[in-house]
Design a protein around this ligand. Structure first.
Ligand code: C5P
Length: 297
């Protein structure tokens, strides 16, 4: 006997991302605004009444099926925390490209935690879920809330912000991924102590992130990623010329996004994308809708 649940794991974009100093724990202090978008992976999770293994099956290219998969690790951590060895089956259908900066793995992981809590008699409060999520990865906790979220610390210290209305959002993926760890290491070499402290000062004096509206999204990873793949930089410029409210690399890349006021503008911008790139026509997802649609099947 087991109970099953379908859950959607939505993706995120970063609206601005400032990388500050390297911390003693090896991570980097950052400031960003996360925004969830409707593009999603789907998971079907079943929790048996009997003890047994965790089994993860995955459809989609380049996604690990075992312990390296963050959904598997979420199930493992959940069982440890709840002190149970009930068997868990996860069927994951991937749509969010891996290594794109759209937070697919992190979202799969948060969705697994949320679904298991719902399937069992819930016992973890939101604070505890956020704390568990932070142990799975820096970007996982924001998916416990969804919507528009300020991320500090290594990304796991989160503050839900007031949402802005849903906007059409074009996401393009060039077909190759960027390793987050490597991108941080490359950026770290450029961050001298002086530069880091100057940036902290600037952050206080002139907020980089307009809290109420879209604005120019400054993402520090663009320095590294655009230098290596100039095609991404020129496409961002073309999106902005085509009327995007904002356009940016998301996370450490390699996906690029552009937010528009209208679906017509978005459609016109699609024509600018090189033919072999993957295109996702989606929209930003405010918190209330995010929460409602998580378990809509
Ligand atoms: O936390 P997560 O596993 O997603 O991070 C992947 C890698 O990215 C880390 O191992 C670390 O090298 C780097 N990272 C960082 N600073 C952050 C977040 C991630 O250096 N704030």
């Amino acid at each position: 006997m087991s109970d099953a649940l379908r859950v959607r794991a939505f993706s995120k974009i970063n609206h601005g991302l400032k990388v500050l100093a390297r911390r003693p724990d090896g991570y980097h202090e950052l400031r960003t605004i996360f925004q969830t978008v409707a593009l999603c992976d789907r998971l079907e999770i079943s929790l048996s009444r009997h003890k047994g293994p965790i089994v993860l099956k995955c459809t989609g290219a380049g996604v690990p099926a075992g312990r390296e998969n963050l959904a598997y690790r979420a199930a493992e951590l959940w069982r440890r925390t709840r002190g149970t060895d009930r068997a868990i089956k996860i069927q994951l259908t991937k749509r969010i490209p891996a290594g794109s900066g759209l937070g697919g793995g992190s979202s799969d992981s948060a969705a697994t935690l949320l679904a298991l809590e719902r399937l069992a008699t819930p016992s973890l409060n939101r604070e505890q879920l956020i704390q568990l999520a932070g142990r799975l990865g820096s970007d996982v906790p924001m998916f416990i809330f969804g919507g528009r979220v300020l991320g500090c610390g290594r990304g796991e210290e989160i503050y839900p912000l007031a949402d802005i209305p849903s906007h059409p959002c074009l996401i393009v993926f060039p077909g190759f991924g960027v390793s987050t760890g490597e991108a941080y290491r490359a950026l770290s070499l450029r961050l001298t102590k002086t530069a880091a402290s100057r940036k902290i000062g600037e952050f206080g004096a002139r907020p980089h992130f307009p809290l109420e509206s879209w604005g120019p999204a400054e993402n520090d990873f663009e320095q590294i990623v655009f230098a290596k793949w100039p095609g991404l930089a020129s496409l961002k410029r073309r999106f902005i010329r085509a009327g995007a409210e904002t356009a940016s690399l998301t996370g450490s890349g390699s996906a690029l996004y552009a937010v528009f006021d209208s679906a017509e503008q978005l459609l016109r911008a699609v024509r600018l994308v090189p033919p072999d790139w993957q295109i996702f026509r989606t929209r930003t997802l405010p918190r209330r809708e995010y929460q409602r649609r998580l378990f809509e099947g």
